[in-house]
Design a protein. Structure first.
Length: 246
């Protein structure tokens, strides 16, 4: 099964500095699910959550920047490097049911980013240079992700939607309506920096919609984040299926 003109992007497991208590250095919270909330239920929008402080008391950790907390939600999982050397791993626990709006796309449409440099690095540079406008822009994404602590061996990747740890450079996120989880997918990538490869569909994502739309899990930390932030290319993807009669 061939998907022509499919779009390949990247995601990763970030590592952010943080703490278990709020302070001037760590002012940006990440949250557990709302009290009494059940999977599949809708909840307030991002603006309502932030402006009405609807998740007070549900904080799992505090990060150095609201952008870090926002990007942790975009990636869906991450590691928090705590002050005394320990690490807290957080995984996806649910979302509020509102549609996802890409911050990068908003900035591109407004001319704040150029089409040649739509990357996580460029987005962060813009945010750092425009903190007030940046705070307002974050609220334009009504989608909000909740987290849960994870007990996983440090050498393993985060847990994907399929329930198993993701493998760097081999696990991909897909639209499960178009591609079944567990499918073997060969990515034909016309990019010298990202060789073609065989991957397994093990994850999903709010922005991953449609046949062939694919997000490559690049790994953990800054190097993986640099690759993921720059990865945006058109590919051909082939879903491997059993041969008839075998």
């Amino acid at each position: 099964m061939l998907a022509e003109g499919a779009v390949l992007t990247g995601y990763f497991e970030p590592v952010y500095r943080g703490a278990l208590e709020r302070s001037d250095r760590y002012p940006a919270p990440v949250y557990a699910v709302p009290e009494g909330w059940q999977t599949g239920q809708s909840f307030a929008s991002r603006t309502e959550i932030v402006e009405k402080n609807l998740l007070a008391g549900r904080e799992l950790a505090w990060l150095t920047s609201p952008l870090d907390a926002f990007l942790l939600q975009v990636q869906g999982s991450g590691r928090i490097a705590l002050p005394h050397g320990s690490e807290l791993r957080l995984g996806f626990a649910g979302k509020n049911g509102h549609p996802y709006v890409s911050l990068g796309r908003l900035l591109l449409e407004r001319g704040a980013l150029s089409p040649e440099d739509v990357s996580m690095q460029a987005l962060r540079a813009w945010y750092d240079a425009n903190p007030e406008d940046g705070a307002k822009a974050l609220l334009e994404n009504p989608s909000f992700v909740f987290f849960k602590p994870l007990e996983i061996a440090p050498e393993l990747g985060p847990i994907g939607t399929s329930g198993v740890p993701l493998t760097p450079q081999r696990s991909i996120a897909v639209d499960p309506v178009a591609t079944a989880l567990g499918s073997l997918i060969y990515l034909d990538i016309p990019d010298a920096d990202t060789p073609s490869r065989l991957c397994v569909a093990q994850d999903t994502g709010g922005a991953i919609k449609g046949p062939g739309r694919t997000d490559l899990f690049c790994g953990t930390g800054d190097i993986a984040g640099e690759q993921a932030g720059k990865l945006f290319t058109t590919i051909r993807s082939y879903q491997l299926v059993p041969r008839a009669g075998l």
